[in-house]
Design a protein around this ligand. Structure first.
Ligand code: CP
Ligand code: NVA
Length: 306
C-alpha cells in the first residue's frame, strides 16, 4: 500500500506513469467513456481548510469511476478536537478505501498515514500540494509536449504550491526558478530535501521578477497570503509589491510562454486580470486537469483495472 503525500516518494518513471494514465483517462472522458475502474470504492475526504477544486475534482473523479465519496469538514475546529488522529485514522480505515486530507500542519497528514490502513492522499498542507503539481505538469506537457529542459518560473511566495512544483520540475528535468522577495524563499528544511533528491542542487532563487521570467516557458503564480497566514496579509502585500504577473512582466518572457495559477486567483494582486484571462493563460485547463491527475492517482493507489 502506498500513500500520495510528497512527490519525492515517487520516482520519475512512477510519476510519468501517472501522467500517462491521467492523459488516457482524460482522453476516454472526452470520448464519453467513463469506465467503472473503481466500482463500489469509497473515498473519505477530511478538510481543515476551504476548497473548491480539490474537493469537487476528487468527488467527481470517484463518481466517474463508479465509486463514491464522503466529505467531512473540519473547518469548525482542530481535526483532533474530539478524537485523536490515530483513533480517527484506524476507525475511518474500517469504512473507506482511501482518504484525502487537507490540513494546516503537514504532520497531521503524516500521522494519519502512519495509523491508517488505507492510502492517504495529501490534498494540500501548509508544506506542500503534490496533487496540484501533478496536474500542473500534465498541463505543461499538453502545452509543450516534451517537458525536459523547459523552464518554469514561479513568481511569488515560496509556498506549498511552489515547493511541490519545484520537486515536480526536478523529477521531469525542468528548470525551476523562484522569483520571490528575499524573505519569502524556500525554508531550509525544504532546501535540504531538494538537495537530497537532486544531487545537491539548490533551486534558483532570484529577487528580480523581470530577470527571473526572461528564460521562462511557463510563468506561474499563487496568492501572496496562503490559508492560515491571514494575520500576515498586510506585511505580505507590502513585501510582494512589484511581483504581480502583469502584461509588462509577461512581455519579458518569450511570446510562447504560458501562464499558470493554481487558483483561487486574486486579480489585481498577484496577477492582473489581463494576464489571468489573456491568451497565454491556461488556468482553467489547468484546473480541469486536477480531476484527471487525481483520477490517475486514485486508480493507481487503489489498483483499478485499466
Ligand atoms: N488549487 C486548489 O487546490 O484549489 P482549492 O483550494 O479550491 O481546492
Ligand atoms: N498557497 C495557497 C494554495 C491554495 C490552493 C494556500 O495554501 O492557500
Amino acid at each position: 500500500m502506498r500513500h500520495f503525500i510528497h512527490l519525492v516518494d515517487f520516482t520519475t518513471s512512477e510519476l510519468a506513469n501517472l501522467l500517462d494514465l491521467a492523459a488516457k483517462l482524460k482522453a476516454d472522458l472526452l470520448r464519453g467513456l467513463r469506465p467503472a475502474l473503481l466500482p463500489g470504492k469509497v473515498l473519505g475526504l477530511i478538510f481543515e481548510k476551504p476548497s473548491l477544486r480539490t474537493r469537487v475534482s476528487f468527488e467527481a473523479a470517484m463518481a466517474q469511476v463508479g465509486g463514491s465519496s464522503i466529505f467531512l469538514s473540519s473547518t469548525d475546529g482542530p481535526i483532533d478536537a474530539r478524537e485523536s488522529i490515530p483513533d480517527q485514522a484506524r476507525t475511518l480505515s474500517q469504512f473507506v478505501d482511501a482518504l484525502v486530507l487537507r490540513t494546516f500542519a503537514h504532520k497531521t497528514i503524516e500521522e494519519f498515514a502512519e495509523f491508517a490502513s488505507v492510502p492517504v492522499i495529501n490534498g494540500l498542507s501548509d508544506y506542500n500540494h503534490p496533487c496540484q503539481a501533478l496536474a500542473d505538469v500534465l498541463t505543461i506537457q499538453e502545452a509543450f509536449g516534451d517537458l525536459h529542459g523547459r523552464t518554469v518560473t514561479f513568481v511569488g511566495d515560496g509556498n506549498n504550491v511552489a515547493r511541490s512544483l519545484a520537486i515536480a520540475c526536478g523529477r521531469f528535468g525542468m528548470n525551476f526558478i523562484l522569483a520571490a522577495p528575499k524573505d519569502y524563499g524556500f525554508p531550509d528544511q525544504f532546501l535540504a530535501t531538494f538537495r537530497e533528491n537532486f544531487d545537491g542542487k539548490t533551486p534558483v532563487h532570484i529577487t528580480n521578477p523581470a530577470e527571473a521570467v526572461s528564460s521562462a516557458d511557463v510563468i506561474y503564480t499563487d496568492v501572496w497570503t496562503s490559508m492560515g497566514q491571514e494575520a500576515e496579509s498586510k506585511a505580505r502585500t507590502e513585501a510582494f509589491q512589484g511581483f504581480q504577473v502583469d502584461e509588462t512582466l509577461m512581455a519579458k518572457a518569450a511570446p510562447h510562454a504560458k501562464f499558470l495559477h493554481c487558483l483561487p486567483a486574486h486579480r489585481g494582486e498577484e496577477v492582473s486580470a489581463g494576464v489571468a484571462d489573456g491568451p497565454q493563460s491556461l488556468i482553467f485547463a489547468q484546473a480541469g486537469n486536477r480531476m484527471h491527475a487525481q483520477k490517475a492517482i486514485l486508480v493507481s493507489l487503489l489498483g483499478g483495472k485499466i
